[in-house]
Structure formats: structure tokens, C-alpha cells
Design a binder for this molecule. Structure first.
Ligand code: PFF
Length: 446
């Protein structure tokens, strides 16, 4: 274990980093496309409910586990139990969380590689290198492999520089830029012809869809993925958080920022789809449903940008830069948890551990790239639909059933001395202990 453990230098540093983890491809691509396919405003409504009633309480639980011990996720989960058996179970859950997280990174790096490609392609086109531009935008094993490696190298570079110098510093630089780009692009798209149709579709709920089981399950999955819950990424960030900070409040800020970005991205993407339609791009399939999510970002939007001349190239670069920034700050959090675990559970220094973990993730990613059709969807479903909600549930249960209540109370009182007087403490422990598991079981069997 390293002698002096690193940590975030300030609360705002933590908030940028944790929001950086949460705000990712899931917000800017996943949320708007799911909303577009699931009744627009109806999805938005159910998603917001899911964030408040399920994801937020579980986010508090995960951050608390990390900060309680200020150790890596495996050690943190191990330390919750008083008996040897619970400690073993805790370690096992931690290892499963880290494995699921590394698998998420292995597919996330492939998608992020595409985003880097689509960001770079307009530069090559503007310079007249058409062959390079089409290599970047056409699906091929070589493109997928090389761009995935480039993205992972970038992630390794940041994480290798440490928590304060790498993660915090880059999150502070990139997150404000992301907000700015998002606001500028949304404001511009909303002025274009056709945008209002998309806006209406997004904001006016079709209440007949609200109880649709598919919609509810998608909204829950999206909320867990978007808030990075259940796979130790935010647990490790929690372990770098100062004891003076109020956990429920800090978690609420992170969840609020993440949800705002998802909401804003919806204001950009749905109107953009109808702007594209206005410019003659097909956005509906022959059966009358909206085109699927991958076609949307990698076909519909680029063909809209193509039809807009130089302004379109600038927009395309801006849009994909936004996505790359979001993806990078999320990928950083995914690499940090296994790297931190390796440095603390073995004697490996950080600069070696990043390469060991990064190399392993790159290898798994490469296997997925070479077997794309059979593995990609499988890994996505396995990790995000099953592992994330189930592990989040186990984290919540371990914190509220296995950890002694007086230890939990003591930890939650750090940075929040009036905890016992407020409503949070009256509701939250029982809520995570009984209500969350019941609700999740219900959604699963539903
Ligand atoms: N929250 C990220 C997104 O919305 O793209 C994805 C993510 C990051 C999932 C970190 C899981 C994780 F641990």
C-alpha cells in the first residue's frame, strides 16, 4: 500500500471529477436516443423519477462505502463486515465490481474510439485528405482497433498522473468546456428550421407510455449507467473525498449535474434529428419507428452536418469533441478503480499499475473488436443491464445490513453533524435496506 494516499484537493475538485464520471456517452447519446425511442417526454418523466427514488439513494450508499474506509473498493467492501466470512464476501463483491467495471471500459473504449474518429474526420476532409476521412468514418476492424487503442492511451496517460495531478486537473479543465460546448450547440440547433418539432416531442409527455414496462426498465438501466452506479467507480472517488464533506449533499449535486446534462443533451439531439429530417435526411425506418441509436449519432447527425457546408464541419467537430470529453472523463473513473486496487492490494506503483490494467482492458477490447457481432452487444447487456443494478443492490445491502449501524451513523455524521435531526437519516437507511431492493426486484420481474 502506498505510504501517503492521494485525494481530491477540494470539494469542487471532487464534484468535477465525480460529475465527469457520471456525465458521459450515456448522457449525450444514450439518454436522448432512449428518450426518442420511448415516447420523448414520457421517458424523461420516468427517468427523473428513477433518479430520485432509486439512483440517488444508491449513489449516497456507494460514496459512503468508499469514504468510510478511504481504501480501494475491494478493501472498503471487505471492511464493512465484522466476521471473517463477511469480509471474504465483501472482497468477492469488490472483485466482481472491478471486473464488471473493467468490462464496461473495454466496450466504452471502442465507442469512444469511434467518437475520436468522427471528431478527427472533418479536419481531414477540410484539408482534402478524403481517404483518411472515410477510413475514420467507415466501420472496419482496423479503425475500431487503432482508435480504441488511441483512446485508451489517453485515459492511461491521465490516470497515470495521479488523482490530483491527473484526474482532478483534467476534470476541472474539461467539464466546464463540456458545459459551454453543450450550451452553445443547443442554442444554435434550436434556431434551425425543424427544431421545434423535436423539442415538442421531447418535452410533451405521451402519458399513455408512462406505464410501459419496457420504458420503465430502460429508464432504470439508463439511470444506473448514467450515474456510474454499482461498479466501484464512484466508490473509489468517494474514498478520496474529505471527511468534512456532507455526503448526501455532495451526492445530490453530482446527481443534479448529471441529470441536467442529460436533459440539456435531449434539447440538443432530438431537435437536431428533426433539423436533419428537414434537410432531407431519413430519420424514420420503413416501419415508421425512429432509426436506432447507433445510426442516429453516426449516420443521421453526420449527414446533417455534411449538408451544411463549412458551418456543418465546425458543428461536427464541436459535437464530437463534446462527446470525446464526456467519454474521457468517464473512462478515467473506470480505470482508476482497478488501478487504485492494484496499487493498494499489491506493491505495484501507480505508473506500472496503469499499464497492467490498461493492457488487460486493451486485450479484452481487442477480443471484442475481432468478434464484434457476437461479443459487443453481449458485453454491454451483461454489464449494464445485469451487473450494474445487481451489484448496486448488493453494495446498498452490505452497507445497511452488514455494517454496524453505529459505524454507519458515525460516518454519515462526518461533515454533517446535524444529520440525526434531519429527515435524511430518518428515511434513507431504511429506504436502502428495504425499499430499494423491493423496487428493484419488482422492476426486474416486471
Ligand atoms: N456514467 C457514464 C456515462 O453516462 O456514460 C458511464 C459510466 C461511467 C458507467 C463509469 C459506469 C462507470 F463506472
Amino acid at each position: 500500500m502506498s505510504a501517503v494516499r492521494q485525494g481530491f484537493s477540494s470539494r469542487i475538485g471532487f464534484i468535477f471529477a465525480a460529475a465527469g464520471s457520471a456525465v458521459g456517452v450515456g448522457n449525450i447519446w444514450g439518454f436522448p436516443t432512449q428518450a426518442a425511442q420511448n415516447g420523448g417526454g414520457a421517458f424523461l418523466l420516468v427517468y427523473l423519477i428513477m433518479v430520485v427514488i432509486l439512483a440517488y439513494p444508491m449513489l449516497v450508499a456507494e460514496l459512503t462505502i468508499g469514504r468510510l474506509t478511504k481504501r480501494n473498493p475491494v478493501a472498503s467492501l471487505r471492511a464493512l463486515g465484522d466476521t471473517a466470512q463477511w469480509q471474504k464476501i465483501g472482497s468477492l463483491v469488490g472483485v466482481l465490481g472491478i471486473l464488471a467495471l473493467s468490462l464496461i471500459l473495454s466496450f466504452y473504449a471502442i465507442i469512444s474510439g469511434w467518437l475520436v474518429s468522427f471528431m478527427a474526420a472533418p479536419f481531414f476532409s477540410l484539408l482534402g485528405f478524403e481517404r483518411a476521412a472515410s477510413w475514420l468514418t467507415e466501420f472496419s476492424t482496423s479503425r475500431n482497433l487503432i482508435m480504441m487503442l488511441i483512446f485508451l492511451l489517453l485515459t492511461i496517460k491521465v490516470v497515470g498522473s495521479g488523482v490530483t495531478e491527473g484526474i482532478e486537473r483534467w476534470s476541472r479543465r474539461l467539464m466546464p468546456l463540456l458545459f459551454l460546448l453543450l450550451l452553445l450547440m443547443t442554442a444554435y440547433i434550436l434556431t434551425l428550421p425543424g427544431a421545434m418539432v423535436g423539442l415538442e416531442m421531447y418535452l410533451v409527455p405521451d402519458f399513455s407510455q408512462v406505464m410501459n414496462p419496457d420504458l420503465i426498465v430502460s429508464a432504470m438501466g439508463q439511470a444506473f449507467f448514467s450515474l456510474s452506479i454499482g461498479v466501484c467507480a464512484l466508490m473509489v472517488y468517494g474514498s478520496y473525498l474529505n471527511s468534512e464533506e456532507n455526503l448526501p449533499k455532495t451526492a445530490a449535486i453530482v446527481a443534479g449535474l448529471d441529470t441536467s446534462v442529460a436533459f440539456l443533451a435531449g434539447l440538443l439531439i432530438l431537435p437536431a434529428m428533426f433539423v436533419a429530417q428537414n434537410n432531407g435526411v431519413e430519420i424514420y425506418t420503413a416501419e415508421g419507428s425512429l432509426k436506432s441509436s447507433d445510426t442516429l449519432v453516426f449516420t443521421v447527425l453526420p449527414s446533417m452536418f455534411d449538408g451544411m457546408g463549412v458551418a456543418g464541419s465546425v458543428l461536427a467537430i464541436g459535437f464530437f469533441a463534446l462527446m470525446v470529453i464526456a467519454a474521457l472523463t468517464s473512462a478515467i473513473s473506470m480505470l482508476e478503480a482497478p488501478v487504485n486496487t492494484l496499487t493498494e492490494e499489491t506493491t505495484l506503483p501507480r505508473n506500472r499499475a496503469v499499464w497492467v490494467v490498461g493492457g488487460a482492458v486493451a486485450t479484452v477490447s481487442a477480443v471484442i473488436v475481432f468478434n464484434f457481432n457476437s461479443l459487443f452487444g453481449l458485453v454491454v447487456t451483461l454489464t449494464t443491464v445485469y451487473a450494474q443494478p445487481l451489484l448496486a443492490l448488493v453494495f446498498g445491502l452490505m452497507l445497511t445490513w452488514v455494517l454496524r449501524r453505529d459505524r454507519l451513523l458515525k460516518e454519515m455524521q462526518e461533515g454533517n453533524p446535524e444529520l440525526m435531526e434531519g429527515v435524511f437519516w430518518k428515511i434513507w437507511p431504511w429506504y436502502v435496506k428495504f425499499v430499494c431492493p423491493l423496487m428493484m426486484l419488482l422492476v426486474f420481474f416486471y
